[in-house]
Each structure stands twice: as structure tokens, then as C-alpha cells.
Write a protein that binds this ligand. Structure first.
Ligand SMILES: Cc1cc2nc3c(=O)[nH]c(=O)nc-3n(C[C@H](O)[C@H](O)[C@H](O)COP(=O)(O)OP(=O)(O)OC[C@H]3O[C@@H](n4cnc5c(N)ncnc54)[C@H](O)[C@@H]3O)c2cc1C
Length: 380
């Protein structure tokens, strides 16, 4: 007999896991969640490496949100360790705060400005453009050419494989910078890491008796072998429709992990390398996780044109192509696209959770309405 579920969820990252948990818990749905990888957690997956250091396999993931709803929801599955992230950029042999703040400006220009002087100073170095078209226009127009060249141009070229002058202004709609000495990378109200790691949190989320998890399982290999009423899909939307309108391009990354026989490797959690080196940044995980260990592991990130899909490329032609896929998805009954691959958007984890909570509510409401109609039909 064909195994049958109420809902098939594709992808066990934040998007798929949140929808699966909500539908199982609040709508009593029987859910099968599949992932083609051998683990749950999607790109937020963490695990102990060979030395026993807790690492994030797909690059550093730092949790931050302004949403009470998202923080409260995830707190059902994890305790938290308070953590405020700090990053330095290696520039002209020095480690300077990024986002650019008062100390960065003083160090670069050899000044001793105070907070109230910054705006006036930037007005003397900025090169306002009459027509803002590219990322370069945005940055040079706000902080001037020197800061642009030191902190943005090289990093953007590495990250996107494009010069800022070729990237849409929307990529850098606002230059992240502070006029004070605040050197935190994020300013959200809630900044913390799951105390036992992300994978432990996902394990608790998916431990509901109505949820069956199948790993190493591609959606395509099961879609005809099982029965289900609705499909929640957090894989790439273009692949779902067999690339009907062409491929949606992504920027990829290679990760190089290194374990060192020393308790501390570098003086900050993340060091960006905007200008030299092939890698963009180096992260030391123990700062993020708070783990005590006499060895330490770091990861180097190398942007790539080819490889697993990580960052949707923000260009107008790609947005237009995605709009066609979205229209098609909207016309496909009982299919719900969710997450960063399903909706072709760079989302932070909290944004994906918020989106998934909304999608789950919509599906649960739809299912309840169908149940009511069935009851009325049977009793009529
Ligand atoms: C390098 C990097 C660093 C990041 N750092 C942060 C950060 O510090 N803070 C933050 O908030 N966010 C960060 N993010 C964003 C974060 O990773 C995403 O918001 C989050 O992982 C999105 O979850 P998701 O479920 O949409 O996608 P994913 O986590 O990618 O999950 C999708 C899952 O679907 C599976 N899948 C796809 N197709 C199929 C198929 N056909 N069959 C079966 N399974 C399939 C995939 O294997 C995958 O596991 C970072 C992203 C990257 C790339």
C-alpha cells in the first residue's frame, strides 16, 4: 500500500522544519519531511569536528532578530547563550571595526573626531552623485572614495565576482555605518546562540510523533511513491519547475576548515579580508559557541561562481525571471514555496522562521476550512 501523509515537506532547514512542526502540533497533520542531505538543519547544521570542536558546516550562523514572535517560538526548542557578534576588517595591516564606526574613520584618516563631528566630516569626503544607479554610487556618495576602496570595493568584487559599479544600487541600499563607537555587528534586540547548537534545536523541533524524517532522500525519488494532500517545498524553485524559464543564478562558497592546537587563533570572532587573500573572511567558532576546548577550529570562505546555491544574485534580470516562477507557483494548487531557495531571496534565519510561521498558519487555516466543508457535506 502507498504510504500516505497529509503534508510532504521538502527540506529540513529552518523553512521546512518550522512548517512541519507547526502543522504537526497545531493542525494534527501527519507530516513527512525529506532532505537530500544526510542531516537535518539545512545550512544552519552544526556538528563536532574530528577534534571535538563544534563547527557550522555551511559557514558561521549568528542568530539575531527584532521579532518577539520568532524568538519566543524558537525558545520552545532551545535555551540561549547571549552573544553579541563583533567583526574586524584587516586593512593596511590593521584590524579595524566593521561596520565602519567612529573608530574606523579616526584610524583611517588619523583623526580624533567625536560623534557629533562625523556627519560634517563625511560631507567633506563624500562624492554625492546626481543619479544613483549602482552600488558604487551609493557607497561613494555616502562615505567617499577612500573608505569605499578600503572596505567595499575589493570585498564586493570577491563576494559577487562583480565590481560594485556593475551591481544594482539595491544591493547596498544603505551603507551600514555608525557615527558612534558601537562595534557590534548587529543591533537587533535579541542576539543569542542556541545553547546546545542549531542541530540540537532542530532535533527537538522535529521530534513530534506526527513527523517522519527521511534523510538522504531527494523529493524527486519519493513524490510518486507516496500519497499526500499538500506539498511544502523549500528547495530551489527553478528546479521544481524543471528550469522552465531558465536557471536562477546563485553565488556559491567553498569552505576550508583548519584546526589549530592552540586555545585561541585570532583576536576576534570574524576577520574580514576585503583586499588581500582569495578568501573573504575567517571565523573562529569557539567565540560564537562559547565552547571551552584546548584546540580551536576556524573556517576560510572562498566565493565561487559554481557550487551549491548560497546567495541569490541581486540583478534585475534575475528578479524578473523569479517573478515568472512565482506566478507559476501561485497557480499550482496545493504547493507552497517557502525559504530562501523556494522564494529566491537572501533571508536571515529569523526572516525564514517568520515566513514559515505565516505559511504554516495559512495552510492550517485552509485545512480547517476543508474539514468543516467535509463535516457539513457528510451531515447534510
Ligand atoms: C555562508 C552563510 C552564512 C549565513 N549566516 C547567517 C547568519 O549569520 N545569520 C542568519 O540569520 N542567517 C545566515 N545565513 C542565512 C541562513 O543560512 C538562511 O536564512 C537559512 O539557512 C535558510 O533556511 P532554509 O530552510 O530556507 O534553507 P536551507 O537551510 O538551505 O534548507 C533547504 C534544505 O532543502 C534541501 N533540499 C533542496 N532541494 C531538495 C530536494 N529536491 N529534495 C530534498 N531536499 C532538498 C536542502 O538539502 C536543504 O537542507 C547565512 C547563509 C550563508 C550562505
Amino acid at each position: 500500500m502507498t504510504p500516505s501523509y497529509d503534508v510532504l515537506v521538502v527540506g529540513a532547514g529552518f523553512a521546512g522544519s518550522v512548517v512541519a512542526e507547526r502543522l504537526a502540533s497545531t493542525a494534527g497533520a501527519r507530516v513527512l519531511i525529506v532532505d537530500r542531505r544526510s542531516h537535518i538543519g539545512g545550512n544552519a547544521y552544526d556538528h563536532l569536528d574530528d577534534a571535538g570542536v563544534l563547527v557550522h558546516r555551511y559557514g558561521p550562523h549568528i542568530f539575531h532578530t527584532n521579532s518577539h514572535e520568532v524568538a519566543r517560538y524558537l525558545s520552545r526548542f532551545t535555551a540561549w547563550r547571549p552573544y553579541e557578534h563583533r567583526v574586524r576588517a584587516r586593512v593596511e595591516g590593521r584590524l579595524l571595526p566593521i561596520p565602519i564606526n567612529l573608530d574606523t574613520i579616526n584610524a583611517v584618516y588619523g583623526l580624533s573626531l567625536e560623534e557629533e563631528d562625523v556627519e560634517g566630516f563625511l560631507a567633506t569626503v563624500a562624492e554625492p552623485r546626481s543619479h544613483i544607479r549602482t552600488s558604487e554610487d551609493v557607497v561613494v556618495g555616502t562615505v567617499g572614495r577612500r573608505l569605499y576602496e578600503l572596505f567595499f570595493q575589493g570585498y564586493t568584487r570577491k563576494q559577487w565576482g562583480l565590481d560594485p559599479s556593475e551591481l544594482d544600487a539595491s544591493v547596498t541600499a544603505r551603507v551600514p555605518m555608525r557615527t558612534n563607537r558601537d562595534d557590534r555587528y548587529f543591533t537587533d534586540r535579541f542576539q543569542a546562540m542556541p545553547r546546545d547548537g542549531y542541530t540540537a534545536m532542530f532535533r527537538r523541533m522535529l521530534s513530534h510523533p506526527n513527523i517522519t524524517v527521511a534523510l538522504d532522500t531527494d523529493y524527486r525519488s519519493v513524490r510518486r511513491a507516496i500519497g499526500y494532500d499538500e506539498l511544502v517545498y523549500s528547495g530551489p524553485v527553478d528546479a521544481f519547475f524543471d528550469m522552465r524559464y531558465g536557471e536562477l543564478p546563485y553565488r556559491s562558497l567553498d569552505f576550508r576548515f583548519e584546526t589549530h592546537s592552540t586555545a585561541v587563533f585570532q583576536p576576534y570572532p570574524v576577520i574580514n579580508h576585503p583586499n588581500d587573500e582569495d578568501y573573504t573572511r575567517v571565523t573562529e567558532f569557539k567565540y560564537l559557541t562559547g565552547q571551552r576546548h584546548d584546540q580551536t577550529t576556524v573556517v576560510y570562505e572562498y566565493p565561487r561562481a559554481e557550487g551549491p546555491p548560497y546567495y541569490p544574485i541581486p540583478r534585475r534580470d534575475n528578479a524578473e525571471r523569479y517573478a515568472k516562477y512565482k506566478a507559476l507557483a501561485d497557480r499550482t494548487p496545493d504547493v507552497h514555496m517557502v525559504g530562501r531557495l523556494g522564494t529566491y531571496k537572501y533571508y536571515n534565519m529569523d526572516q525564514v522562521v517568520a515566513q514559515a510561521l505565516a505559511v504554516a498558519r495559512r495552510i492550517a487555516t485552509g485545512r480547517a476550512a476543508v474539514d468543516v466543508r467535509r463535516t457539513l457535506t457528510t451531515s447534510a
